[in-house]
Design a protein around this ligand. Structure first.
Ligand SMILES: [Zn+2]
Length: 120
């Protein structure tokens, strides 16, 4: 019950996001897929992003992506991080991105949460 409440804010944001972007839910695994050519799908394509995890209950894939075990494991780790940081996930993520950028390892590559998701 407490975990549900702790993760609720980001899951509400996630729910709004998947509704606004008209994501389609996979009937077997429950993951969400963006519609082809939508603004978010094109943005992710432009930056080489296959998927992201906006909340502990949601994983959103770009249109046409076939998730593999490594990609799922990466996103599952982000789900665990959402459970750890709850409503503070975004500030924590931004903080580690800022630290990484200032350390010269870029906004993404050196981010502590991304390194953890890559198993580094
Ligand atoms: Zn990641």
């Amino acid at each position: 019950m407490l975990l549900y409440l702790w993760t609720l804010p980001m899951n509400v944001v996630s729910w709004i996001l998947v509704r606004l972007t008209r994501c389609r839910q996979d009937q077997i695994f429950g993951d969400w897929f963006l519609p082809e050519g939508s603004w978010l799908d094109r943005l992710m394509l432009k930056h080489g992003i296959l998927a992201f995890t906006p909340g502990s209950a949601y994983i959103v894939f770009r249109h046409g992506v076939r998730p593999n075990v490594n990609l799922w494991q990466h996103e599952f780790t982000h789900q665990e991080q959402h459970c750890r940081y709850g409503p503070f996930f975004l500030p924590v993520y931004f903080w580690y991105s800022l630290k990484s950028k200032l350390a010269g390892t870029g906004w993404y590559r050196g981010n502590k949460l991304e390194r953890e998701a890559r198993g580094e």
